[in-house]
Design a binder for this molecule. Structure first.
Ligand code: FPP
Ligand code: MG
Length: 296
């Protein structure tokens, strides 16, 4: 099967897992269930659960039921971050993944609550996954990584600095800090938790972190490039959002040429680190390569 078809099949499998993981019942708090479903089932590339699963398979993981809970958890955390990032108090964006943002459809109050709900539900799911495991210790370690990488030492920390420094000129160090935390941390978590759930050795988990960090930098710089070069239709979200929000990006600091080179370099580092593992994953290799040229 060619890579694109493989990827499509994997996305469909992930969407099934996500659908099943969301609250199903009818109840008085129905609105929040709808807002959660609207936000999570809006499309999206499903990269984080995909990376988690590939990493799990790479290290010969067996307990898929627990993995599926963690895959749902990381996509819920990612989705909450997008829902909150789009709020009027942050980037104030009306479109995401080709449709109106959660707060535009459900109101700002429900937008905030949908993010809160997804974040909490993610941890409920991950804990339910741990309960299913024979070696719960691995599950606890995976959850520690997920929580830390999503929180103040990871994604939230990066977002704080991003918000605080918006409209100000950034040093290379500040930009790197924001990208590593805001975007990189959750990608690191995806690769690390997959390997931890599979029972991988600590040195391999650290190598997955390294790969995630490089993938994260490449991914965010490509995001900056697409914000300038793509179209709203292709991206499913407004282009020129960085300029509108006075964001200093890699492209703004160093120019398009350097940005493209940086994406190649960081991706190259990720691929080189992947090569050093004793286990091989042609799909993961192709996935990282595909991110260099991604159009959305
Ligand atoms: C797009 O992911 C997201 C990023 C490039 C990361 C940006 C970081 C934030 C928005 C952090 C916000 C944090 C808080 C705490 C509000 P993607 O291209 O994989 O999106 P997709 O799932 O729609 O494909
Ligand atoms: Mg933002």
């Amino acid at each position: 099967m060619v890579f694109r078809q493989q990827m499509q099949a994997k996305v469909e499998e992930i969407e099934e897992i996500l659908k099943k993981a969301l609250p199903q019942e009818k109840s008085l708090q129905q609105t929040i269930f709808k807002a959660m479903e609207y936000s999570v089932m809006a499309g999206g590339k499903r990269l984080r659960p995909m990376l988690m699963k590939e990493s799990f398979e790479l290290f010969g993981g067996k307990q898929r039921d627990a993995l599926y809970c963690f895959m749902a958890a990381i996509e819920m955390i990612h989705t909450y971050s997008l829902v909150h990032d789009d709020l009027p108090a942050m980037d104030n964006d009306d479109y995401r993944r080709g449709r109106e943002t959660t707060h535009k459809v459900f109101g700002e109050d429900m937008g905030i609550l949908a993010g809160d709900a997804l974040l909490n539900f993610a941890y409920e799911k991950a804990l339910a996954g741990i309960e299913k495991m024979e070696d719960a210790g691995c599950g606890v370690r995976a959850l520690q990584i997920l929580a830390r990488k999503a929180g103040v030492y990871g994604m939230v920390g990066g977002q704080v600095v991003d918000v605080e420094l918006t409209g100000k000129p950034l040093t290379e160090e500040q930009l790197g800090f924001i990208y590593r935390l805001k975007t990189g941390a959750l990608l690191e978590a995806a690769l690390m938790t997959g390997s931890v759930l599979a029972g991988a050795a600590q040195e391999d988990v650290l190598r997955m972190e390294q790969i995630g960090q490089n993938v994260g930098m490449a991914f965010q710089i490509q995001d900056d490039i697409l914000d300038v070069t793509s179209t709203t239709q292709e991206l499913g979200k407004p282009v020129g959002s960085d300029a509108k929000n006075e964001k200093t990006t890699y492209v703004a600091l160093y120019g398009m040429e350097a940005a493209r080179k940086a994406v190649e370099e960081y991706s190259g580092k990720a691929l080189a680190a992947l090569e050093t593992l004793s286990v091989k994953s042609p799909y993961l290799n192709a996935l990282i390569k595909s991110m260099i040229h991604r159009k959305k």
